[in-house]
Design a binder for this molecule. Structure first.
Ligand code: HEM
Length: 444
């Protein structure tokens, strides 16, 4: 006999994942490309040939259930268009099911793609939330964080002195972003590791069509995160600091955020702050390992690091896809979408569009238009942390290779099992005589 909480969880999963999982599995078995891109682990490991196939089928392709694009022009158009909204994070569901989902979902277990997460609410609600959070991410404030990022990178490398072999993700790429975002949100150092663990377990909730087991594990992590967050917010309310959350707690009148808004926005910034940047740094190290000539060039021309970061964002986008729903009947690239119909935007595919990037498979840190990628999306939901992520990655990489010029991948790498987020779980490296990367689908 199930408890009322377990029953509620199961119904929430059925609506958000279970129904679509059945439909997607069935059409993936029939070879439907959009479904395979959403669910097939082999396609997730190397989605790029599937993006090419999708692009060859047309600028916007439908399968009767959902549409999808891997072109830069249509991806950009959909993301910037006011005819599209986020569909409340579950754009693929018919309106009544979506509303039922939102009504029954437990506020203490909401994930990054559940309203009122900023990521999945539309204007004017989105405008109100974004305005408050954006204060922490102005160019001036991010510029002021440069010294702190340098010093975190330096301390992490100091702690590695004497270790010739280590896992780059565990000891460096994950720890740098978590320390930076923790500063921004007033999180004490003793909580960093625990938050990283929980964030890793919860990151899968960005993916479509989870199994019940995957969902249960992620939901348990989300509950723990909400519990931790409630305690953290109470501490800050008693003893406010300079951080973003303390400022949000001080808002008054119509600006004031509800408890659920504060939790969802805070947890989104926290998770987005480290779950993506870790992948950017890891993907960069893997790509540079496969292109030692380009690494040498960067070591001789350190001003090239920012453009190299753009090229990594383009070539191995840490966020591979997002979704939108038509707010009204609309025509895109000659395809009619009725109000409520959803479209997947494959950012990683748009970033390999040969109409924009010549020889798109080639990794080239000197590519002049690398920054035209859609790796941070576009339009009103353009990544709020983009300048911070760029800064962190450029500093992390430059400092790493200054300290360890001969760093190479030495051993078997392992990718994360997530689909929306693309990155590495394990990147064993050696600072002495590395052997180079074994098995490198990343270097296509
Ligand atoms: C490599 C690093 C990062 C990548 C690739 C990335 C990518 C993205 C993308 C693609 C979106 C838009 C999603 C959509 O439209 O559906 C987004 C939104 C967002 N990102 Fe990032 N992100 C990164 C780092 C960060 C960092 C460091 C932070 C915060 C410290 C952050 C905070 C946010 C927030 C708050 C949003 C929601 C914005 C909104 O809905 O208005 N991101 N990010």
């Amino acid at each position: 006999m199930w408890s009322p909480d377990a029953a509620r969880s199961f119904v929430t999963w059925t609506l958000a994942h279970g129904i679509q999982r059945r439909l997607i599995l069935r059409s993936a078995r029939r070879g439907d490309l959009l479904s395979r891109l959403s669910i097939d682990p082999a396609v997730a490991a190397d989605p790029f040939p599937s993006y090419d196939l999708l692009r060859a089928q047309g600028p916007l392709v439908g399968n009767g259930f959902i549409h999808g694009t891997a072109t830069h022009a249509v991806g950009d158009e959909i993301l910037r268009s006011d005819a599209f909204g986020t569909g409340g994070g579950h754009a693929e569901l018919p309106g009544p099911l979506r509303r039922l989902h939102d009504r029954i979902a437990d506020p203490d277990a909401l994930g990054p793609v559940d309203p009122p997460s900023m990521l999945v609410v539309d204007p004017p609600h989105h405008t109100r939330l974004r305005k408050q959070v954006a204060r922490a991410f102005t160019a001036r404030r991010v510029g002021r964080m440069a010294d702190r990022v340098e010093s975190v990178a330096g301390s992490l490398l100091d702690a590695l002195e004497g270790d010739a072999d280590f896992d780059l993700v565990e000891r460096y790429a994950s720890l740098l972003p978590v320390a930076v975002i923790a500063d921004l949100l007033g999180v004490p150092e003793r909580d960093h590791r625990r938050l990283l663990e929980l964030g890793n377990q919860a990151a899968v909730t960005l993916d479509p069509a989870l199994t019940w087991r995957q969902y249960q594990r992620a939901e348990a992590a989300l509950r723990d995160m909400h519990r931790w967050f409630a305690d953290h917010v109470s501490r800050l309310a008693r003893d406010p600091g300079e951080d973003l959350l303390s400022q949000l707690l001080l808002l008054e009148g119509t600006d004031r955020l509800t408890r659920t808004e504060l939790h969802q926005v805070g947890l989104l910034v926290l998770g987005a702050g480290f779950e993506t940047t870790v992948n950017l740094i890891g993907n960069a190290v893997a790509l540079l390992d496969g292109h030692p000539d380009q690494l040498r060039w960067l070591q001789d021309n350190p001003d090239g690091w920012p453009n190299a970061v753009e090229e990594v964002l383009r070539h191995q986008s840490p966020v591979q896809m997002t979704m939108r729903a038509a707010l009204r009947d609309v025509e895109v690239a000659g395809v009619h979408l009725a109000q409520g119909e959803a479209a997947l935007v494959f950012l990683g595919g748009a970033n390999r569009d040969p109409d924009v990037f010549s020889d798109p498979e080639r990794f080239d840190v000197t590519r002049t238009n690398a920054a035209d990628h859609l790796g941070f999306a576009a339009g009103v939901h353009f990544c709020l942390g983009a300048s911070l992520a760029r800064l962190e990655a450029a500093v992390a990489l430059r400092t790493l290779y200054e300290r360890h010029p001969g760093l190479r991948i030495a051993g078997r790498t392992e990718r994360r099992g997530t689909r929306v987020l693309r990155g590495f779980e394990r990147l064993p490296v050696s600072t002495s005589a590395g052997t180079g990367m074994q098995e490198s689908p990343v270097n296509r």
